[in-house]
Design a protein around this ligand. Structure first.
Ligand code: GRF
Length: 221
């Protein structure tokens, strides 16, 4: 079967992009990275794409100005680039822009994100600080389909990690990030194989051979 084409959208260092590039380097991985797009010209992840020989594009949101019309125009430019590259799935990987409802609707079922908490807890920004402050004992990460409401889309997979005594936001972030790098490729694999999908009703459906609750890392089902 032909490999599915992925776009990865970044704004920063791109360590999750790297995990997807590494996974896709294996010939039996069911997807390839066809395009990397950054909204920031100085995103560290762009060098990762270049090193891997993957086409990359910067669409600088600042070039579009401010306000709703600028936001729509930026998302339109993103959509055009994604359509031109004929991608099957779009992975947000530290992409720090809120997408318009039109964009999200257009790519429904193809647009996924990784978030460094066990959603629906701790949506939004400064997640690690807030988890430390709240004193949670179990943290983790989530891969989910993107819907118009931020960090609220149907969940594809999760991985849990303990919060240790003495942790600060940085040590916790590092522990979660290690799991992000396992979880994102695992979820992309299921989607690209067609073993997981977003239904018309807006829930995630898995083939029966995927196993109970999978992909669930730490603890494995
Ligand atoms: C990750 O923690 C991801 O969960 C969040 O943004 C961060 C991006 O890190 N959405 P990187 O750019 O992939 O290293």
């Amino acid at each position: 079967m032909a490999r599915k084409k992925l776009a990865v959208l970044i704004s920063g260092r791109g360590s999750n992009l790297q995990s997807l590039l590494d996974a896709a380097a294996a010939k039996d991985f069911p997807a390839e990275i066809a395009l990397v797009i950054s909204n920031k010209p100085d995103a560290g992840g762009l060098a990762r794409a270049e090193k891997a020989g993957v086409p990359q594009l910067t669409i600088n949101h600042r070039d579009f100005g401010k306000g709703p019309a600028a936001r729509a125009a930026f998302d339109g430019a993103l959509s055009d680039a994604l359509a031109k590259a004929d991608v099957d799935f779009i992975c947000l990987a530290g992409f720090m822009r809120i997408l318009t409802e039109e964009f999200v609707e257009r790519w429904r079922g193809k647009l996924i994100n990784i978030h460094p908490s066990l959603l629906p807890s701790f949506k939004g920004l400064d997640v690690h600080e807030r988890m430390i402050e709240a004193g949670v004992k179990i943290a983790g990460c989530t891969v989910h389909f993107v819907t118009a409401e931020m960090d609220a889309g149907p969940i594809i997979g999760q991985a849990a990690v303990p919060v240790m005594p003495g942790d600060d936001a940085d040590t916790l972030a590092a522990r979660i990030l290690t799991e992000e790098h396992r979880l994102y490729p695992a979820c992309v694999k299921l989607l690209a194989e067609g073993k997981a999908r977003l239904t018309a009703k807006g829930v995630v459906e898995f083939d029966s051979d995927v196993g109970a609750g999978a992909p669930l890392l730490n603890p494995a089902p």
